[in-house]
Design a protein around this ligand. Sequence first.
Ligand SMILES: [Cu+2]
Length: 206
Amino acid sequence: MKAYVLRALSTVLLLSCAFYAAAAELKVIDPWVRAAPPNAPALGVFMTLENHSGAELAVVAARTSLAVDRVELHRTMMVGDVMKMVPQQKIPVAPHSATVLKPGSWHVMLIAPEKVPAIGDKLQLTLVLGDGSEQGVEAVVRKGKKGMKGHDHEMKQGKNCDRKHEMKSAKECKKKHEMKHDRKCNKEHEMKHDKDCKKKYEMDAE
Ligand SMILES: [Cu+2]
């Protein structure tokens, strides 16, 4: 009886390891929802996605415990001369790298919430990865870090960045920002890992 239970358990463990492989390699840091007025047509959800594997991971869909019309993956980018939120098929996370979901960039968008949650409320969010595995996270509702001023700054940076993206790689774009906005980071960049530098840049930018 005991042996049977153990065998059954290890089978379940093996199966779940296989199924949750991609989710296990994705680390979700600081998920949050931007507080919005009660009549807001949509809510932005932000977080940092870290890929601890050697293969590209991607979030291909998301669900939430909040009653909403639908959940979309968005990226705010320049379309012609206008900043737009463009629906995306996936949010990719490069191997051993991170993708930062933040205002003015990648985000998860909760469309037409029945009731806009208050600051401090927590939403359950389920991220669906490319291999079908899922990861649940809890996102807390809070204000954007610097209010409208911060938002404008982010939009401006995003605009410059996305313009560069049309011609150059993300790395070159980041480098340009580091030189322009954060010399310290650039200096650290020479000594430290690229990822640490980028993280610092992202945090400073917000
Ligand atoms: Cu959006």
